[in-house]
Write a new protein. Structure first.
Length: 334
């Protein structure tokens, strides 16, 4: 009987309360594979604040262990009988959509089994460290750009530019609008050089900007944006006042809510935020709606989109930003 180390949670709570390193769980083997499954030896997995929020919200009705996290890089050890694009020793990376996470579990383990549709070849120019955390954010970033319909010469505002998601979104946006376009990002002054190195043309230091929507109207009212990707969330006025700096027929994309993710928001507050966006997206102007399209978008993680992300990484248009690297046993020190 061969065991492995896995970070699991068996009840609802904060990571410090419920996340435990277990060392006696059975290691999966090739005998456990379904026809479309892949057995992977994990090299790296990334830690995201959103997982901490999920730990505090997911109800548990039994003692079944849930594996934490949802991105990875690793090496294929075995594949199911119907898998035709992966083989043993392939270096791979990927990410888990919610339905896969719920069925297969997370990636913060020494070995995992996943469906082949969320596993692709790792870009050759990307080390395992960087590949371990970029997949989900890269897929999401590319879809933000597609939904926003950004083109060469376009103008886009991205809030939370230095966040994990934001750091990838600004690169995808820069690739889409090109040198002739404009990427504006919000972050603190301490992160200005970082986001500029990733592709932001102009930085707004939110610590020096009392009311963001007023500043945007003043600075960009004469040359409005083609899209706004709001990763920070929480500032409803940024959307309701957007006609002053967002072009007609353009889209305001709600890409997240950092205050909810970092603040350990209640389930009710999360639902309220989601409903508010849904109502705003459907309310006609005659009934007080904002004359700008808005939507909430979450990336669809599958083989097709992972391959798109991998191609851009190979071209040097996307690269990960790594804050720190920890040994597996030190997860709770993060």
């Amino acid at each position: 009987m061969v065991t492995m180390r896995v970070w699991v949670f068996r009840s609802r709570g904060t990571p410090a309360q419920v996340l435990k390193l277990e060392t006696d769980l059975l290691r999966p083997t090739a005998k456990s594979l379904g026809p479309r499954d892949v057995l992977i030896k994990v090299k790296y997995s990334a830690l995201f604040q959103g997982m901490a929020m999920l730990m505090s919200q997911i109800p548990h009705f039994d003692s079944k262990p849930w594996f934490a996290e949802g991105t990875f890089s690793g090496i294929v050890e075995a594949e199911g009988s119907q898998v035709d694009h992966l083989k043993p020793e392939d270096e791979v990376f990927g990410g888990l959509p919610p339905n896969v996470f719920m069925k297969y579990g997370g990636t913060l383990a020494e070995h995992i089994i996943l469906p082949d549709q969320v596993v692709v070849q790792k870009p050759r120019n990307l080390a395992f460290e960087g590949a371990g955390g970029i997949a989900s954010n890269a897929v999401t970033a590319l879809q933000f750009v597609e939904v926003a319909k950004l083109k060469k010469g376009g103008r886009v505002l991205i809030t939370g530019a230095s966040s994990g998601t934001g750091s990838i979104v600004i690169q995808a946006a820069r690739a889409a609008v090109g040198e002739e376009g404009l990427v504006v990002g919000t972050c603190s002054g301490a992160n200005e050089q970082l986001v500029k190195s990733l592709g932001v043309h102009e930085v707004i230091d939110y610590t020096k900007c009392a009311v963001l929507h007023e500043y945007l109207a003043q600075q960009y009212g004469s040359k409005r944006f083609d899209a706004i990707i709001d990763i920070v969330g929480g500032d409803w006025d940024l959307y309701t006042k957007s006609p002053a700096y967002l072009k007609p027929d353009s889209t305001f994309i709600f890409g997240g809510n950092i205050s909810i993710v970092h603040g350990g928001a209640s389930f009710v507050s999360v639902v309220f935020w989601l409903l508010s966006i849904r109502i705003a997206s459907r309310r006609p102007v005659i009934l007080g709606g904002v004359p700008r399209k808005c939507l909430l978008h979450q990336g669809k993680i599958d083989r097709e989109n992972l391959l798109k992300a991998a191609a851009l990484i190979e071209e040097g248009k996307l690269k990960p930003v790594i804050d720190s690297v920890y040994e597996m046993e030190d997860v709770l020190k993060v």
